[in-house]
Design a protein around this ligand. Structure first.
Ligand SMILES: *Cc1c(COP(=O)(O)O)cnc(C)c1O
Length: 388
């Protein structure tokens, strides 16, 4: 078996008669059959012919196969966005009366899904503390069907010990799902630590250039089969064009994540101890409270860092306005460095107490460190800090 990174470059749909080198784009909503019998067999799953792109498509399958190779997963299903993959996973395994155990700091839309929409269908949730896994067992109920977490978390960059959660899930026979968006499979492979399913927003590092939305869930074959059946009937499937963009992106994911990690680590070290900051957080800084766990489950620290301005909310706004090169945009995982100020934007509707509960202080800045030359990234941040 070639190395996963070789597979991410070399896995390709069967070459057409045109003998193309780069992968073709199968931009078609349906597929034709040679006979009524052939069509009947496809619908009865006697053969594996493609039927309709809501069910399957060769370009989408190529992206799925590469992601399975990278994550060490048996099977996968690609979705239109990260949220489509997360929602599809929840709805496949949860029904009225069930309970989901998650982590207090999850992605904003996932939090909304858990707190606002799931209760509508009679599904309850509990949140555990990322830093206190030992207290999670007490949160498990007889009706807990799913344990769902992110690590590192967004935007707090907390690290959750996946090995401990994996053991807990196995002991209680609960499906364990990890959102691996922040680390990517090149830096962290949750299945090796006991995850049954791994979800991604492919919109972020996997695309890596801020072009298309995408999502995927990979993991145990029998679980993915259930998700596939749910999704093929409800329609959150990935579009072939997006799959084509994303499958090409996977060819460079490993080199990109290495450079993103190099830049982010160098920036975090440069900013640590800066007089305008209360602190800098990065998984691979020894000052990170879960540095040892990060080292255990990640090969590099990834491309995101956070720091806290001493001047609070006002300093956050001043800092953002003072940036010259770095972009103010609500995305992450781009070749271009992006800064965000959660307290005045994504989390501004929460009370200060609720913000603190998910690790957001008024002066917290999150930087998605891009691929630009590191001295230029650092210079922009340092000159903006001077004005705070
Ligand atoms: C962006 C994001 C999502 C949602 O993905 P979309 O592709 O935007 O739907 C889920 N989880 C995390 C950690 C994210 O950053």
């Amino acid at each position: 078996m070639p190395h996963p990174n070789t597979n991410a470059i070399r896995i390709q749909t069967q070459r057409t008669d045109e003998n193309e080198h780069s992968t073709p784009l199968f931009m078609t909503s349906s597929f034709r059959f040679d006979s009524a019998e052939d069509m009947r067999d496809a619908f009865n799953e006697v053969n594996d012919h493609n039927i309709y792109t809501r069910f399957s498509n060769p370009t989408v399958q190529e992206f799925t196969d590469k992601m399975c190779a990278l994550e060490g997963a048996e099977a996968g299903f690609s979705c239109a966005s990260g949220m489509a993959a997360i929602f599809g996973t929840f709805m496949t395994f949860l029904q009225s009366g069930d309970h989901i155990l998650s982590c207090s700091s999850v992605f904003g839309s996932t939090h909304t899904l858990l707190t606002k929409y799931m209760p509508k269908w009679g599904i309850e949730y509990s949140y555990g503390e990322a830093s206190d896994i030992d207290s999670w067992e007490a949160l498990i109920k007889p009706n807990t069907k799913l344990i769902y977490l992110e690590t590192p978390t967004n935007p707090g960059l907390d690290i959750v010990d996946m090995e401990k959660v994996g053991k807990l899930a196995k002991k209680h026979n609960i499906i364990f799902c990890v959102d691996n968006c922040f680390a990517t499979p090149n830096l962290q492979r949750p299945i090796a630590f006991g995850a049954d399913l791994v979800v991604h927003s492919a919109t972020k590092w996997i695309d890596g250039q801020g072009r298309v939305l995408g999502g995927i869930v990979v993991g145990k074959k029998e679980l993915v089969r259930e998700i596939y059946l749910f999704c093929r009937n409800t329609g959150p499937s990935m579009a072939p064009f997006n799959a084509w963009v994303l499958t090409k992106s996977l060819e460079t994911l490993d080199v990109r994540m290495e450079r993103h990690s190099n830049n982010a680590e160098a920036l975090a070290k440069k900013l640590e101890g800066h007089p305008k900051l209360n602190g800098v957080k990065y998984p691979f800084l020894p000052s990170h409270p879960a540095y040892e766990i990060a080292k255990k489950q990640m090969s590099r620290g990834g491309g995101l860092i956070t720091f806290e301005l001493k001047g609070g909310l006002n300093a956050g706004v001043t800092f953002m306005n003072a940036l010259k090169m770095i972009t103010l945009t609500s995305n992450l995982g781009d070749s271009r460095t992006i800064a965000s100020h959660p307290a005045s934007t994504t989390h501004s509707k929460l009370s200060e107490a609720d913000q603190l509960a998910v690790g957001i202080t008024p002066g917290l800045i999150r930087v998605s460190v891009g691929l630009e030359y590191i001295d230029d990234i650092a210079a922009d941040i340092l000159q903006a800090l001077e004005q705070c």
